[in-house]
Ligand binder design. Structure first.
Ligand code: G3P
Length: 217
């Protein structure tokens, strides 16, 4: 399963890339709005840092505007994947952009029916928002498993990109369900590394080693 970073912070992304576990980045207008400077320049820097797919979202709300904005975003760097919100306008824009050979990530997907429609119009990625479904007492991961099943049934090439991830349990479940990508906030990536027994085990190995050096002197 590919791991993307769900962030628009260039410094954070540059810190994570050397770990060699990051395959791409997802941004959205909320994340980019938190960063200083020109958003297009920020996206260009993220593309250079990660060298993999970087989702950049349109803010137009009509299909024509989304297509025009999507083309501008795609011209920033070959790694840009244009993100469009699900809906009639987003579906139309996705079809047009995919027809131009531009990769599209259909976002704000909350039902298997929406995931099916996004795949039919050639989305490269579809983003089910699992955490926001959990927030309204609905099983977000159930949407992931149904989307994976539907895409397998019809051999759609659209990749299921699990988004709105809140913790390691979402990541592990995504991998067990065969999701293609999980996009994680940086703090969740940190959590994936941590286990108290690893820390305790390492401390004991080092303490035992130190004791042996004292005895042998
Ligand atoms: O990038 C979109 C998505 O991951 C948003 O997550 O935590 O705002 O629901 P969240």
């Amino acid at each position: 399963m590919k791991i993307f970073v769900d962030s628009a912070n260039v410094d954070t992304i540059e810190t994570l890339v050397p770990l060699r576990i990051v395959d791409g980045v997802t941004t959205n207008p909320s994340l980019l709005a938190k960063e200083p400077g020109d958003p297009h320049e920020t996206l260009a820097r993220i593309c250079r840092a990660v060298g993999g797919p970087v989702s950049a979202e349109v803010v137009a709300t009509d299909a024509e505007g989304m297509v025009a904005e999507g083309r501008r975003l795609a011209s920033i760097d070959e790694h840009v994947v244009v993100k469009v919100p699900f809906g009639k306008a987003g579906v139309q824009a996705c079809a047009a952009l995919a027809g131009d050979g531009i990769r599209v990530n259909v976002t704000l997907v909350f039902s298997p029916a929406q995931a099916l429609l996004a795949a039919k119009v050639g989305a490269a990625f579809v983003s089910p928002f699992v955490g926001r479904l959990d927030d309204v007492a609905t099983d977000g991961m159930d949407l992931v498993s149904r989307s994976v099943e539907i895409y397998e049934n019809y051999h759609f090439e659209t990749e299921v990109l699990v988004a709105s991830v809140r913790g390691p349990a979402h990541v592990v479940e995504a991998a067990r369900m065969g999701a293609d990508v999980c996009t994680c906030p940086p703090k969740v990536i940190d959590m994936l590394f941590n286990h108290p027994l690893t820390d305790i085990g390492l401390a004991k190995f080092l303490a035992d080693w130190e004791k042996a050096q004292v005895v042998s002197v």
